[in-house]
Design a protein around this ligand. Structure first.
Ligand code: CA
Length: 170
């Protein structure tokens, strides 16, 4: 019995050490989500100000360019930020056109993967009826919690105050 307990404790120690190793993959305050280092900034700000806030952490706004990342991010938001509804991503209209692209201000590790998507539309996770360019000035991309657990893309004016999601690429 003593031996079993010792082995059990040793296993816990290993799990603890492994856990620490995984956590250290991302610097504070970032957390590993969907293979990326993610930080949700709960301070509401415009899209431009949110870019600057992420940059202060050495990060871009999140490049939510694949379904695995998006789904894990949505689960993280649902579990931890249920009270907040809207979060900026790096999506922005290209040169005043109606085409969205990922606006990246710092080095991003995943450029090859990102460039596989010719347009954001290929993510196919816009909310029904979006993007609608409501008012003619919806130039930025948010993840909106339309209903609890139903996080989807929406276009909205970058001047709107939103929480934001930063992505650190080292
Ligand atoms: Ca819209």
């Amino acid at each position: 019995m003593v031996e079993i307990q010792t082995v059990f404790q040793a296993s816990l120690l290993l799990v603890g050490l492994f856990g620490c190793t995984v956590e250290s993959a991302c610097p504070d305050p970032f957390t590993l989500i969907g293979g990326r280092c993610i930080y949700v900034n709960a301070t509401e700000a415009s899209w431009d100000a949110s870019v600057i806030a992420c940059d202060a952490h050495g990060a871009n706004l999140v490049i939510a360019d694949n379904h695995e990342l998006f789904n894990q991010l949505a689960a993280h938001l649902e579990n931890n930020y249920k009270a907040q509804k809207n979060f900026w991503t790096a999506g922005r209209k290209k040169n005043n056109s109606q085409v969205f692209e990922w606006k990246i201000f710092r080095t991003a590790k995943f450029l090859d993967e990102i460039l596989q998507y010719k347009s954001l539309a290929e993510m196919n996770n816009w909310h029904s009826g979006e993007p609608n360019n409501n008012g003619g000035n919806e130039d930025s991309l948010e993840i909106h919690n339309h209903k609890s657990g139903n996080f989807q893309f929406n276009d909205i004016s970058g001047a709107t105050l939103r929480h934001s999601i930063c992505q650190f690429d080292g």
